[in-house]
Structure formats: C-alpha cells, structure tokens
Design a protein around this ligand. Sequence first.
Ligand SMILES: [Zn+2]
Length: 117
Amino acid sequence: MDKKKVEMYRKRLLEKQEELLRLLSKTDHDGREADDEGTQDIADKAANAYTKEFLFHQSDDHRRMLQLVNEALERTRNGSYGLCVACNQEVQVKRLDAVPWARHCIECQEKQDQGLL
Ligand SMILES: [Zn+2]
C-alpha cells in the first residue's frame, strides 16, 4: 500500500485510539461514582449493580477494539498494514475505509465469523 494512504489510515487509527482511551477513562470514573453513591436501598443497589455490569461490558468492548487499533497501528509501522493477517492478500480498500483496524480481508472475515478460521 502506498505510504500516503497508510499515513491517512494511521491518522484515523490514532484518532480512534484517543477516543477509546477517553471512553475507557470515563467508564472507570463512572464505575467509581456508582460505588461512591453510598445507596442503602435494595432497589438502588440492584440498579447500581446493573450500571456497573453495563459499564463493565461496554469497557470490555472498548478494550478489545483498542487492542485491534493498537495492532493496526503496529502494522502501519512494520509495513504490513492493509494485508490480511490470515492470507496475506490486500484487504479491500472499502473495508479499510469502513474499519481501518480490520485484520482480515472480507473472505477471511467471513470464514472467521463462521468459525472456520
Ligand atoms: Zn484473507
């Protein structure tokens, strides 16, 4: 892939990375606030537990995506960006435009979704 394009995707990845880091630190903060509210009521406690559970799952997704973004950034540095990590073919540009941290080309992603990869 030509360097200018890689640079363009790298910028988008860096923006995404920043956004995710911001969301993750906010989630940490909200989780602590849910703890600090000092509610005694059972209904409040249940709501609180639910909020924490929700925040936890949400931050889990964010963390996973951050991992993918970090890996993609690593690939922009080592020159393998835009290549499918499974078959080494170029990942479709349309796919990268939609998901700059994609690791697989469309064919391999489909195989992975079906549990074949
Ligand atoms: Zn592939």
